[in-house]
Design a protein around this ligand. Structure first.
Ligand code: FES
Length: 239
């Protein structure tokens, strides 16, 4: 019978957070999310956590599980040993138990303009891409904004003005998109004080990403592209 040791905090009534233990029935095929639902439905209806798709698509069940950030719906209990310690994502205010306030995370995402700025005035035809052009954004489009990388990033932990690995990976997704016409403004923006040059290349974000993406590598590419654009005078013209 695995023991779930779960972070609990209700700011309306608890002076401090604490851990609460629950025993759940042995099940070799149970995920951590299913374990949390077992607790909610059978042991403690006050437990709060987020989830939606239960299949690694929506990103809402990210949390800290036995020392690693990841998706509860994709983490098998059988891989975790007898005691499973669960905490909310770091660097975000706890609303209750595992539910955190994601507003700062999404504000940074919105700041990078996460939408195409077309090169041409939209008309009746589509903006087609060749397979080679599309390949440049393969993987980058797979980010589900779960915030595992954000929770694992020590730079975010020390200064929340830093744009964060999620926003910077998404910035590269638009810089690499052949249909986007805002490349040099994007590069100028990510090269400002709280952007790519704040990254210390610690690789935590790369290690925890449930989609096997590489935010550290994306930030490295943005550094190179913004330096090159600056050296060739392109940031000055449009930045
Ligand atoms: Fe959607 Fe886990 S519930 S990713």
């Amino acid at each position: 019978m695995p023991t779930f040791k779960v972070f609990r905090f209700n700011p309306d009534k608890d002076a401090l957070p604490y851990f609460q233990e629950y025993k759940i029935p042995e099940s070799k095929k149970m995920t951590v999310l299913e374990g949390l639902y077992y607790i909610l439905e059978n042991l403690d209806p006050t437990l709060a956590f987020r989830s939606s798709c239960r299949m690694g698509v929506c990103g809402s069940c990210a949390m800290h599980i036995n020392g690693q950030y990841g998706l509860a719906c994709e983490t098998q209990i059988a891989t975790l040993g007898d005691t499973i310690t669960i905490r909310p994502l770091s660097h975000l205010k706890v609303i209750r138990d595992m539910v955190v306030d994601l507003d700062p995370f999404f504000a940074q995402y919105e700041a990078i303009k996460p939408y195409l700025v077309p090169k041409e005035t939209p008309g009746p035809r589509e903006f087609a891409q060749t397979p080679k052009e599309r390949a440049r954004i393969d993987f980058l489009v797979d980010c589900i904004l779960c915030a595992s990388c954000y929770g694992s990033c020590p730079v975010v932990g020390t200064d929340q003005r830093y744009f964060g690995p999620h926003a910077l990976l998404k910035a590269l997704r638009f810089v690499e998109d052949s249909r986007d016409g805002d490349t040099y403004n994007r590069l100028a923006f990510v090269a400002t004080d709280n952007g790519v040059f704040r990254c210390h290349t610690i690789f935590n974000c790369q290690q925890v990403c449930p989609k096997d993406l590489d935010p550290t590598g994306a930030i490295g590419k943005l550094k190179m592209k913004s330096i090159l654009a600056k050296l060739t005078g392109k940031l000055k013209k449009t930045g």
